[in-house]
Design a protein around this ligand. Sequence first.
Ligand SMILES: [Ca+2]
Length: 508
Amino acid sequence: MSSQEKNFSTSRRSFLTAAAAATVSTALPASGEASAQAHGKAPAVQSRKRPLNVLFLMSDDMRPELASYNSRFHTHSPNIDALGAKGVRFDRNYCQFPLCNPSRASLMSGHPPHLTRVLGNRDDLRKLHPDWTTLPQLFRQNGYTALRSGKIFHGGIDDPEAWSIFDGSTESLHMTQEARPMNLPHALIPKPDGSVPPLPTDAQAAHSDQIFVLDGNGEGAGDYVVADRTIQYLRQCKDKPFFIGCGFSKPHSPPTAPQRFFDMYDPARLTLPPDFAAWPTVPDGFPKAAIRPRNADLFIGRGASESEAKEVIRAYLASISWVDWNLGRVLAELDSLGLRDNTVVVFVADHGYQLGEKGKWSKAGSLFEGGTRVPLIIHAPDAHGNGRPSLRVVESLDIYRTVAELCGLEVPEQIEGKSLMPLLHNPGAAWDRPAYSIWSEDGKTVHGTAIRTEQWRYAEFGKDAANGAMLFDVHADPMELKNLAEDARHKDTRDRLSKLIAAYSYPV
Ligand SMILES: [Ca+2]
């Protein structure tokens, strides 16, 4: 065994330890046991011959633009939708930070971003917290084989303690198939002040203007390889307990998919959001701090014409459909190996994205629904709520505790978030926890904090909202077009939510 391999061959002792733990406490009440629990009787314990495995599927920059989440684009996402129909689909799940590394560090460590202190894409969670136990690490310590394919932690900042094999590979970024760049026409869209800026020349901006088209099914490229490797790991681990992380890197820019996924969408039929603007635009009545003046992922330093915007939305949807297709290959393998009934399957994205709303083409700085709402599906075998969606507000931070408890693993002290077990059992159960998301402009201090309840989204910028606030009734105004923060009729609501933000301690 090479020095890079740790616990890859699961010892019998650790296997038995994990198996015993799983047998004692994992099972959700089976049918009929719920009422017994409601009357104060302990539910019957369901025994398992083997511990539950975990297949942890992630996507990058995917807002819930999926058919089952009522995407207005009718996205072709049959595999994710089927997974959601099999398990519990959380329709109001929120990330804690709209940027890759901070969001993933929070989710995988079970601590909110103001405690991880990972507030930018260069902070290293493991270096900051050598003693913390990340989620895959917890499984590895309990005798599981923990393997990663693709992007689970941030690219280039993987957690060496998390995985049974750590090779620091970045296979999700490799492309062995030549991708055809499709350059968008550089329309010169004047700025709101009438000036026309020069076309961006820096490498990042040039890169951001490209869409990549692949041949066939994308064989040999990016997420195809991530799925292939996951399938290989499933075959390798089918007879021992595993935690396999499968991290797709799309629809993160540059949008990439085989031609046939582009063909699923007609750009002429795609509609732009009502607050679409060619440039990042602060609408009347909104604080400037809510909209970063420069895009970070697409349309960097230049305006977007309506036709270009539709081409990019089409490419984003095609990328989602390609992820969905690859995810379907992984789940088909899980089925063919007979592992579905013994495996907890999680699907989540790191954060959302703005697709032209308020002129934004990025997640960075977005404390709107677009930037913070992400799909979350959990299929736990025997969960009583399987097949029903949950409308309760939950956080990606809740995943750590939930998955650990599902598998009967003792959760380390200090882990935050709340177990979603009650919602997996009864998706409509009472639930009064709000979701929080923060943003840091400089990676050091918190510049904005948002709170989401079932009816309201409220965000403050600067300490005590020194740089403004925004309040939306998300039932009446799902597109977040009208800021109610200064509306006297909603003062009580604002005051109540403001107090919650103040209590959500963070360094300012
Ligand atoms: Ca991301």
